[in-house]
Unconditional design. Sequence first.
Lengths: 154, 276, 777
Amino acid sequence: MTSLILNGEQWTTAVNPTTRLSAALRESGGALDVKEGCLTGHCGACTILLDGQPVKSCLLVSGQAEGRSVISLKGLSTDPVATYLQESFSRAGAVQCGFCTPGMIIVATALVKASEVPLSRDDIRAGLVGNLCRCTGYHKIVTAVEEASYVHES
Amino acid sequence: MARYQRPETLRQALTQLHDNPNETVVMAGGTTIVPFLQPNDDETVLLDIGRIGELKNLICESEIIIGSAVTLKEFLTYARKQENPVLGALYEVASHIADPTIRGQATVGGNVARGGELATILLALDAEIIVESLDGGSRRIHLKDLLLDPGVTALGHPDDLLIAIVVHNQKYDYIHYDKFTKSHLASIPLASVAVAACDRDIRVALGSHRLFPERLSLVERRLVERDLTVPTGWGQLGGLVDAEVFALTDDSYHNHIIHVLLERALMGPPSEVNGQ
Amino acid sequence: MPEVGRNLPRKDGVAKISGKEPYSHDIHLPNMLYAAVYRSPLAHVRIRYVDTSGAQALGAICLTPQEVPDVIYNERIVSIPTKTYKDRRVLPTVARHVGEAIVGVAAETEELAIRALSSLRIDFEPLPSVLNAEEALKPESPKLYDRIWLGEKPIEMTGNIACERHITEGDPEAGFREADFVVERRYTTPRKYHGQMETKAAVCQPLPNGGINVWATVQSVHNVRQVLGQIYGIPLSKVNVKKLSIGGSFGSSIQMNSIIPICVGLALKSGRPVKLISPREDDMYDHSHYQTEMVLKVGVKQDGTFTAAKMNVIADIGAHHIQADALLGVMAGWLASLYKWKNFQFDGQAVYTNKVPGCALQGFGNPLVNFAVEQHMDIIAEMLGRDPVDLRLQNYIGEGDVFWGQGPSIKSIIESCGVEEILREGSTRIGWNQRREPHEKSGRYRRGIGVARGFHTSGTAGPKPGDVIDFSSATIKVNEDGTVDILTPVIDHGGGTGEAIVKIVADTLHVPYTMVELSDVDARTTGYDVATHATRGVYCGGGAAAHVAEEVRTQILAMAGRILDEEPSGLALDLTAERGTHVYVQSDPNRFVSLKDIAKTAQIKSWGTMAATGSYRQSSAPPCFMGHFVEVEVDTETGEVRVVRAILLSDAGTVVNPDLLAGQLIGAFARGIGFALQEHTQTLPSGTLNHGGWLTDYRMGTSCDVPPPDAMDVYFAHTYESTGPFGAKGVAEAALSSVWSAVANAIYNAVGVRVYDLPITPEVLLEALSAPQLIEA
């Protein structure tokens, strides 16, 4: 039994506490916006916010999230930075197949919020290094985050 | 399925380790443990020490103490605020380990215990670790005496728990760390070299993706014997370095990269202190 | 203002950016079982007996080789039946590579399914294996097959040659005798992994009538439907395959994925829905790109004209035959269609080995041939003292020439060609004139500029039917409020094919983009489409949609004629801000009726729905041309290569989605430099992969590995392909075709060392740098 706050609401799941968190979120929590691409922590598609910190939910067991806040992309639907990023991703053509997109937007949201000044392109590239995208070559993702960062700071 | 325990206190953790030393796998961040969990493993007890307050210390006085369950991100946030060259050097290393999401989860203790990049720089800084067990109490061990082989450490008791890393907060003339990674996705470098020097006290450590980090004692001795202050000239070190380094690996490219890193480390600009 | 050519939001954009777009991983049915697959630990092994009692005791349903239909099939239906080789079953009695699926299990949870896998007891008889093509060709080598099938015809195997192709045009021997110089080199390309972000998955729901519904990772709903119907003996009317978004593909799902029929078999056996998601490791053991060795020989005269070209290819296809015959055909075609060789010979062999099966990867055989030819062009240019760009301009195959990139049975005359524009614009942008020779460079870091050009076909159609099936279908209807539904079987891999089809229909019907939507469809509700492959989505799929939209337009005019009491021939369809979509009387433009009113009237008066369904085969397979100008920096101390600048130039005809086209060019470039410099799936002597299915060791490019955004510049040539919808051609695979060739040529320009084997890793380059260099040619 594991209890945590999923997207702002108390959630209790009967899954084993050593079940990987991403599986618990998808199968029991209905959080299908958490994508699983590798289960080894390399692709970043399963990135969530754990107490506000972006982490890869395939690298955590559910027990580690006990009592903590877990936010998947749909939990950011009213977050102004995430919402702006979603728009800038769409506008910039940063979405192709879309499988990496939820994890990218989660990481980008934390990245933009953590900085007090507009992020440089190099900052953004370094910030996204744990999230793989095979379609876009990252270029349009980086420019979408750059735009959001600029708007956020100004 | 493995079982899961998350003690609130150090004593609870030590007790679990003491009572079931063989079945217990200690995890803090879990980044290197969770992917390997097998559904048909019903024996293992995962001991999650990630939330034990006593393992979250961050102190910068005459000694720098970093709790083993401090995440890399927590360490970076702390080190950034301190105007301390040793912390600055550690910051530089930690800020390039893996990626931001991993750094938010992985811990300093996990990185050191697995011979990760922090272990390489900490060897050069002649760090100690604090371990504790229910029977043996709290003890200090030099890091260089701890790391034996990949996965094998010289912890005296099977129920020893890594509590903290201790670094002497001393002045260095030269601190250098450099690594070679084949791509950014491969977070484990092919090789890394750390050098810390203060007067005639010169420490050179080598990390590598296949080998546990270790001090290059022959190189260190050679530098001291020839009265060479670091950074010095690679050419002046002669074949002794080759002899020591070539013994490490039979992969010629790997050897070459180790040479390149050592060369850079020992020929860097005199005033260089890598840090913030 | 037409919608074609504008940057408009993706139709699936909102769903994708909010994480709501369902992929096959996300299909969840009530009462569903979770499946996992036991895969061969050995490279070649006979399965004598599978003891499933332990797994059954855990409550798992098992599917063994003895229980699957004894049907031999090819998982890719694209060639006509008589040209389709068949060698595999759903689960084999002899596993022919490490990682080949042997047993499927399904249980209540994923964890239980994995637990059940470890309870299986399998009696193996290890067989000798062969892990490289050269060995496999030796008569004494172990044989993978006793018999395979070509269509309905059995082929008794005497060795490991899966198929061969020998194609000659003109008199190559005479051509070589005529040459002033003959240049011959050997090039190799490795096995590599697609790295699509979504691993392959399938969900199958058995139906009470004996039929099945399938949600899976596919590039074609129709081919998967047909192969499943054939294997399980279910009429196609009871097999439905749903169209879903795919989390990247790059060719990896061009065939029906091997896990789909396993999932279906488990669902049929258990009578319950079953979900099977490949872990990443399984996925890496499921598919690979072909490994090739190419020996290219070219005869050239002092004036730079060619007299003959000859290529020998050995393709290591791994353990199964997924269209290797077509691979060899297109390799011949790419070679023949790049430059005017005059005389031409191609000899190719596809060889079975006990390795992961090879399948298409963006470009099929095209980038492979390009790696040889485009380096050869630079070698010849240097030998003749010619500028590499000039030599290409002198000899390229362009407007008015015959193009047969997709193989000898698919020929068309080139009508639109942007090669010259691409080469000239690229030269200007990269500063080609300032390019210095390798011997003028020194120091640890050396920079070099390289060029390569390539192309891909747009589809595989043509005036006559060939060996490859190519047509597409669409259903288009006007709803009662004047909005439009499109039912297209064409799958969008993410590049924007769907948006392109919407724009093409919108402009044909003069309806705004916002009023046209793509319907959720499946194999049951759409006409046939061969697959989203061969860069055919926009040109063929969009072509079919345009064709059907024309029929709908005719119906709109007829209905409007009844309302306006005019002959349809005197009416015209238009879109204006004031009137929206409307039909007006050409002789009296003030008389008009809006599409909305036409549609509503047609309903109220019971005239019927304005809708059409149809299929269409394009009359050509026009090349979309590509050019890459690349600047690299080589660290001569470590052998590392960094791409510092790149100009990516495409000729896609009319550009339908400018931003998405740029995105495809940049994305393909990023993958291309990965393939050029680091990606490689090596097979160890045990038959296992050296990286064991871990992404870390495969080293796909991250945001920090690809060149920064400022380093890349994109250019679209100004051409119009009159056979294509609104002048459009394809682009997808072309975008990758010449990346690694340009990188290799740039490395040569930087350090004067040519590397003939991919990938050009730091180890390889450093070794080449330290080896004494032979003078070229």
